[in-house]
Design a protein around this ligand. Sequence first.
Ligand code: FPP
Length: 239
Amino acid sequence: MLDMQRIPKHVAIIMDGNGRWAKKHGVLRVAGHNAGMLAMKEIVKRSSTLGIGHLTVYAFSTENWKRSVEEVSGIFKLLVLYVEKELAELHANNVRVRILGDFSKLPKDAREAVDRALVTTENNTGLQFNIALNYGSRDEITRGVQKLASDVAEGIIKADEITEEMISKSLFTGILGIPDPDLIIRTSGEERISNFLLWQMAYSEFVFTDVLWPDFTPEEYEKCIEVFQSRDRRFGGRK
Ligand code: FPP
């Protein structure tokens, strides 16, 4: 049973396994991503119901550009479709959409869909749904370091005055006021981090499940949260 008093404030998910799901069902990879989008939709809804503060999903990494043109454009078309079909309901459910990553590099229609989602939901106060798009943690840290280095060069701060908090605040998450994730879930049996939230995960709990992302139901999600609740988090201290 879930303990509703100990729901994580921030859950981050590496939605892996769409390609293998497609292969297993003898359909195109893009059809796997479509099934993944449908799974994502349900997880967003359940996150709202459970009262989770932040849900962050890894939808497109800085490395995903290496995939075929058809697959990349297919993923962005799904993003446009998701916004077209779901924005009204997200808004009705008081969900605020935010983006991690430099989305200026996305195709125009995807950028416009993202802008629409950001503007429509900007005053919402329920679940904050953070979509990582063209996101890479090393890219994010590099941008933060560049910003802090330029502050030093301009004499705004001294190099030895840089604190962990300043580094946190220089990241996409810090700029948007997103706390560090309590729980990181990766589906499909892979146990890797793949350049996701490297700085922010210092004290996160990890739950890996063999379920392929399109098969990841709200019930599987709750099981992962139960595993999280069974863990003993000490943040480096002692009990
Ligand atoms: C990883 O599976 C999944 C992705 C790279 C894309 C994630 C996209 C969605 C869930 C749907 C679209 C939603 C939005 C918001 C754009 P994989 O293709 O690496 O799977 P594999 O490892 O089995 O090949």
